[in-house]
Design a protein around this ligand. Structure first.
Ligand SMILES: [Mn+2]
Length: 430
C-alpha cells in the first residue's frame, strides 16, 4: 500500500511558508533586512527516480523564486544547520512536531518508537532538547495569535469555502427524500464540494436523521431517512487551505411539521440574535457569547412550553459550547476545546483558555455560531418535541460594527429551507 491518507501539511508551517511537501522545515532568523528576517527552507529537493513514483517535487531554485526563501537546503542538513544556528541566538521559538503540549510526553515517545530509524526527526528532537528551558520558547501560541486575525485575502478564501459548502447544503436539501440513506447524503455533499473545486472535506460530516440528531458526534451516517423526520447535517469543505463549518437542520420530505417548525424557530431566533452580537463594538468574548446563548435559548424554550429546572439546558438540551474560531483548522486555535465537536485529546493550560475564550472578539476574527437543542424522550419535556435535534451553525466574520455571515449561501429561514427542498428556488440537486 503506497499510502493510506492524502498528505496534509502542518497548519502552522503552511501558514508561514505555503509549502505543501512532507519532510520540510523552515527557519526564520530576525535581522535588519527590509522584510525583517532571513528565511531558510529545508526540503527533499528534486530526485528524478523518486519523482517517477511519487510525482514532482519543488527544487531548491523554486524554493528561492516561488516561496521566497533566502536559502534552500536539503532536509538532511536540517539538524546540523539548526545546531549551528541556535548557538547564535538567545531566544529560540520552536515546537516539537506533534507534541506542542507539555503533557504529550507519552505521545512523543510512542512517535519515536513508530518512526523509521532514518527519520531526521529524532536527531532534530535531540537538538531541540539540548536547548535550555530558558532559551527554548513555544512557537505555537504566537502563531495562534497571528492566525486569529484573517487578512483580506484570507477572508476572501474563507468566504469562497463557505460559499461552496453553503451551496452544497442547499443542493443536498433538494437531493434529499425519504428512503435515501444518510451516507448517500454525505457522499452527495462531498461530491458537490469537489465539483466546485474543494480539495477535501474539513471534517467527517454529521448526517443525522430523526433521533440520531441527539447524538452530537454522530458520524456513522448509516441509517435510512424516514418520512416526517428532520436531517441535521453538519458538513463543510476545505478550500485552498481553509476550513468551512456549517450546520443546517431540514425536513426530509421538504415540509416542517408544526412542532419541528416551532422548535426550529426558537433556535433560529436565538442564533440570529447571537450573530448580531458578533462585533468588536459589543466587546464580548466567546465565553460571554456562550452565556448569552444559554439565556436566549432558555427564554425561547419557555415561550414554547418547556419548564426548565437547573441544569436541564446546559446538561441535557444544549450540552455543547456555542462557538469556536475557524480558519486553516476547523478549530483554529490548537488550544481550544470546550468538549465541542470533533476535538479529542486536547489538554488545556489556563493561559490558553484565557486567550481563546476570554479575549474580546476583534474585527478580522472568524468564529462559528452554533446553538442547538436536542430533546430526549423524557417526560419532563413536552412530548411533541421528543427526539427532535436541531443545530443551526454559521461562520461569522467579526466586523467593527457589523458581523458578516460567510455561510450566507446555506438556506436558514424556514421559507428558504422548504423552498430549497421543494425545488421552488430553481435549485437543481446536482
Ligand atoms: Mn463547528
Amino acid at each position: 500500500m503506497a499510502s493510506s491518507y492524502k498528505y496534509r501539511q502542518g497548519s502552522d508551517f503552511w501558514y508561514l511558508t505555503g509549502f505543501e511537501e512532507p519532510d520540510s522545515a523552515v527557519v526564520l532568523e530576525k535581522n535588519a533586512s527590509s522584510r525583517g528576517y532571513r528565511m531558510t527552507l529545508f526540503s527533499n529537493g528534486k530526485d528524478s527516480a523518486k519523482e517517477k513514483w511519487d510525482g514532482p517535487r519543488t527544487g531548491f531554485d523554486d524554493a528561492l523564486n516561488v516561496f521566497k526563501a533566502d536559502d534552500a537546503l536539503t532536509i538532511k542538513a536540517f539538524p546540523a544547520q539548526l545546531r549551528s544556528m541556535i548557538s547564535l541566538y538567545s531566544n529560540i521559538y520552536i515546537d516539537l512536531p506533534q507534541s506542542p503540549r507539555k503533557n504529550a510526553r507519552s505521545t512523543k515517545s510512542l512517535l519515536r518508537y513508530l518512526s523509521p530509524p532514518v527519520n531526521p526527526r529524532s536527531e532534530y528532537e535531540t537538538v531541540v532538547e539540548s536547548l535550555s528551558n530558558s532559551r527554548r520558547k513555544s512557537l505555537a501560541p504566537l502563531i495562534a495569535q497571528l492566525r486569529a486575525f484573517k487578512s483580506v485575502c484570507e477572508q476572501q478564501v474563507m468566504r469562497m469555502a463557505a460559499d461552496i459548502s453553503g451551496r452544497s447544503h442547499a443542493k443536498t436539501m433538494r437531493f434529499t427524500r425519504p428512503g435515501i440513506s444518510e451516507s448517500a447524503l454525505a457522499a452527495h455533499f462531498e461530491y458537490l464540494c469537489s465539483l466546485s473545486g474543494s480539495q477535501r472535506l474539513a471534517y467527517v460530516p454529521v448526517v443525522a436523521s430523526g433521533p440520531n440528531a441527539l447524538i452530537i458526534h454522530y458520524t456513522s451516517n448509516n441509517q435510512v431517512v424516514q418520512d416526517g423526520e428532520m436531517i441535521l447535517m453538519d458538513a463543510g469543505c476545505e478550500y485552498n487551505g481553509y476550513a468551512s463549518d456549517i450546520t443546517r437542520t431540514y425536513p426530509a420530505n421538504g415540509s416542517f411539521t408544526p412542532p419541528q417548525k416551532e422548535l426550529y424557530s426558537a433556535v433560529l431566533s436565538a442564533q440570529k440574535a447571537l450573530v448580531g452580537l458578533c462585533t468588536e463594538a459589543q466587546g464580548l468574548s466567546l465565553h460571554d457569547l456562550h452565556r448569552k446563548s444559554c439565556d436566549l435559548l432558555r427564554q425561547e424554550l419557555k415561550q414554547i412550553g418547556f419548564t426548565l429546572h437547573t441544569g436541564d439546558l446546559e446538561r441535557v438540551l444544549y450540552p455543547h459550547f456555542l462557538s469556536h474560531p475557524i480558519g486553516i483548522d476547523l478549530h483554529e486555535s490548537s488550544y481550544s476545546d470546550r468538549g465541542e465537536l470533533y476535538v479529542t485529546l486536547v489538554v488545556l493550560s489556563s493561559l490558553d483558555l484565557e486567550f481563546t475564550f476570554h479575549a474580546r472578539l476583534k474585527a478580522g476574527m472568524v468564529i462559528t455560531v452554533e446553538p442547538g437543542i436536542y430533546v430526549p424522550p423524557t417526560a419532563q419535556f413536552p412530548k411533541h418535541f421528543h427526539n427532535i435535534g436541531i443545530r443551526i451553525e454559521d461562520e461569522v466574520l467579526i466586523g467593527e460594527k457589523h458581523p458578516v455571515v460567510l455561510s450566507v449561501s446555506a438556506p436558514k429561514e424556514i421559507a428558504d429551507i422548504e423552498g430549497a427542498c421543494q425545488g421552488l428556488l430553481g435549485l437543481e440537486p446536482i
